[in-house]
Design a protein around this ligand. Structure first.
Ligand code: NAP
Length: 343
């Protein structure tokens, strides 16, 4: 299942509006004989690719899949039928299919005599490559990852507005990898005007990759100049006049966006945080101080410590001389909770 999750993660950012699923096929003796991940919309699902790779060796074997195989004919045929045709006798699934439209795969397989196990390492799969798609199903909005680069004293730019480059090469390369896993990259007009970013995914040599997320600038007062780099032809761009983050996310959801990278700045980020619309935070901290300049998040309307917005630590990763901290919101109120239960 860990390998199936990895396969799903490898195609994150290329499958929306479909889920990034991973699948592994084992032969009857347990040898891995096929691997697959969801192709771009209209292409084969993970199970179909893994079965094709396994060929006859799938007969009598097991399929391990991060999402319940579908039972409906969409742009491709039902995966449950493909598993039956290949002679699979056991199917191990992490996440049960949450939509009625594609549901019923496990029932169809069981009715044909296949041993189906649902909910195996479900939490890990839900927190991984499927998180964007599941947020879409449950909340009809994209999953939001907020990324920010700051000094150790939490500054995202100097007092004179200069902000390049707060972090080093490795952290910046990580940002490009993160962008590549998203369907859209969002900034506010303040950032677009101050930094004139191109907001594309680039390789180590600075070349734009072939597949690019949608670039989005939220510019309610039409301040973005026609010469802005974000409007060049390197990638598609959407300039939004959405009055609030929820409206913006609804606009993006309608464009099949399931995973958004919010890249600031502090004002727009504060609006997302206030509205509870950040699902994951990726904070890059550089071992430097500026002592002045904008802070990584603007006014959250908090005036007392017991109202502090608490996030939970997911992991900490050194990136060259910088540090990456990943966090997820803690959905509780009433002050900061220490790991040992003190508050
Ligand atoms: N180090 C980093 O990671 C990083 C990342 C980004 C930015 N920055 C720095 O941040 C600074 C810019 O800060 P900023 O706060 O002005 O940038 P910002 O948050 O990108 O832009 C603020 C503007 O966004 C617009 N906006 C659209 N929807 C909004 C909403 N729902 N709520 C609030 N505002 C909304 C508003 O302008 P309209 O009313 O015109 O729409 C607002 O003035 C620059 O110095 C930049 O270098 C640093």
């Amino acid at each position: 299942m860990a390998r199936a999750r990895e396969l799903g993660e490898s195609v994150l950012g290329t499958t929306s509006p479909n889920p990034a699923v991973g699948a592994v096929v084992l032969a009857a003796d347990g040898t891995p004989v096929g691997e697959g991940a969801t192709a771009a919309p209209g292409g084969p699902h993970a199970e179909v690719t893994a079965l094709a790779q396994a060929g006859e060796r799938a007969r009598g074997g097991t399929a391990v899949v991060t999402l319940e195989p579908c039972a409906h004919t969409g742009r491709t045929g039902p995966c449950a039928d493909a598993l039956l045709a290949a002679g699979i006798v056991r199917v191990v699934v992490a996440v049960p299919e949450p939509t009625e439209l594609a549901g019923g795969g496990a029932d169809r397989l069981r009715a044909a005599g296949v041993d189906v196990e649902l909910g195996v390492e479900q939490a890990e799969a839900e927190a991984g490559a499927l998180s964007g798609w599941l947020t879409g199903v449950r909340e009809q909005r994209p999953f939001v990852v907020w990324k920010v680069a700051a000094t150790l004293d939490g500054r995202v730019a100097a007092a004179d507005g200069t902000s390049r480059w707060i972090t080093g090469d490795q952290a910046r390369a990580a940002v490009h990898r993160l962008r590549a896993t998203c369907d859209a990259v969002v900034v506010g007009s303040g950032t677009a005007l101050a930094d004139d970013p191109q907001l594309t995914v680039r390789d180590a040599d600075g070349r734009n990759l072939a597949r690019q997320p949608l670039r989005v600038v939220v510019d309610r007062r039409d301040r973005l100049p026609a010469t802005a780099r974000v409007l060049d032809d390197a990638a598609p761009t959407h300039v939004s006049r959405a009055a609030n983050p929820a409206t913006l996310l609804a606009e993006l959801f309608d464009r099949d966006v399931r995973r958004v990278l919010l890249e600031g700045g502090p004002t727009l980020t504060a609006a997302f945080l206030r509205d509870g619309l950040v699902d994951e935070a990726v904070v890059h901290l550089a071992p430097t101080f500026l002592g002045a300049g904008p802070s990584l998040v603007g006014d959250l309307g908090i005036s007392t410590i017991s109202d502090a917005l608490s996030l939970s630590l997911v992991d900490v990763t050194p990136l060259g001389g910088d540090v990456q901290i990943r966090l997820r919101p803690t959905r509780h109120t009433g002050g900061h909770q220490h790991a040992d239960g003190r508050s």
